[in-house]
Design a protein around this ligand. Structure first.
Ligand code: CP
Ligand code: NVA
Length: 297
């Protein structure tokens, strides 16, 4: 049984197949009469709605479940919740605070488990990012993606995904906001040779895509004031984007905190692809779910 806890749970050719299905306007509806559990311990605009619509487009029924309703390890164990949901649903998807929750869910091998964002990874976002980059550039090998900001869950999945497509990965962050040892071990294991820089201008220089995410992720709210101070000078604005390559695009997983990690001007600029990225969440989800329930081995 296959699960998607991190983007490198898929081989490179499997990622390509998922992206092919994402762009296929005539996919079959393998979820007819079947359900998908969508458990969220954190809020969501894109992930919940793109998943619900993708499930619907594949003929299935997605059920949104708030984390507190099932209460992982509070009301009952992660394992007991998982075994119960597996009685009703063909796929289990969850957005969780701790990555080990989706690991424990998948370890039971009751149903395929899809990580809808954990503190470590956001693979569904990475699939949409690749779809967006492919539409823009076609072949991605040799292109440079520059992530500027807090090295977080989105950054890790993006780095793994971009590397799998042969891209060069650059991460610019202020001191103290790089990957921790756990993430570095995952990246090293996957052979991702991240170029780290400690200056936003050097990070953007000549990049084909500049990528932003919030400085304070969900679950880190108590660090927000400190982060605002530590990230001063790291806002991606029009002047910084001008350091990137002439045909560079701006990407952001959203939600954006305007005036913090990027300006409104950058979000709305002609070279911004953030709304296409948001739309691609649904197409990528449809491609992934279709592959998972039909051909994943
Ligand atoms: N990018 C993303 O996952 O957005 P949501 O948190 O709104 O789902
Ligand atoms: N890094 C952010 C991504 C939100 C989609 C977070 O985890 O909150």
């Amino acid at each position: 049984m296959r699960h998607l806890l991190e983007i490198n749970d898929l081989a490179r050719d499997e990622v390509s197949e998922v992206l092919r299905r994402a762009a296929d306007p005539a996919l079959s509806k393998p979820l007819q009469g079947r359900g998908v559990a969508l458990v969220f311990e954190k809020p969501s605009a894109r992930t919940r709605n793109s998943m619900e619509m993708a499930v619907h487009q594949l003929g299935g029924h997605g059920v949104y479940i708030q984390g507190h309703e099932v209460g992982f390890d509070v009301r009952e164990t992660v394992e007991d919740v998982t075994r119960t949901l597996a009685c009703y649903y063909d796929l289990l998807a969850a957005r969780v605070f701790r990555h080990d929750v989706v690991e424990r869910m998948s370890a039971l091998n009751t149903r395929p488990v899809v990580n809808l964002l954990s503190d470590r990874a956001h693979p569904m976002q990475a699939l949409a990012d690749l779809l967006t980059l492919r539409a823009e550039f076609g072949e991605l090998a040799g292109r440079t993606i520059a992530y500027i900001g807090d090295a977080n869950n989105v950054t890790r999945s993006l780095a793994l995904a971009a590397h799998a497509m042969g891209m060069r990965v650059r991460v610019g962050h202020p001191a103290g906001y790089g990957f921790d040892a756990v993430d570095m071990a995952v990246l090293d294991q996957a052979g991702v040779d991240v170029e780290f820089v400690d200056d936003p201008v050097a990070a953007a220089a000549g990049a084909d895509a500049v990528y932003a995410d919030v400085w304070t992720s969900m679950g880190q709210e108590e660090e927000s004031a400190k982060r605002l101070v530590d990230f001063a000078g790291w806002t991606i604005d029009t002047a910084l984007m001008a350091r990137a390559s002439d045909d560079a695009v701006f990407l952001h997983c959203l939600p954006a905190h305007e005036g913090e990690e990027c300006t409104r001007e950058v979000l709305e600029a002609p070279n911004s692809r953030v709304w296409l990225q948001a739309e691609n969440r649904m197409h990528a989800a449809r491609g992934l779910l279709h592959w998972l329930v039909t051909d994943a081995k």
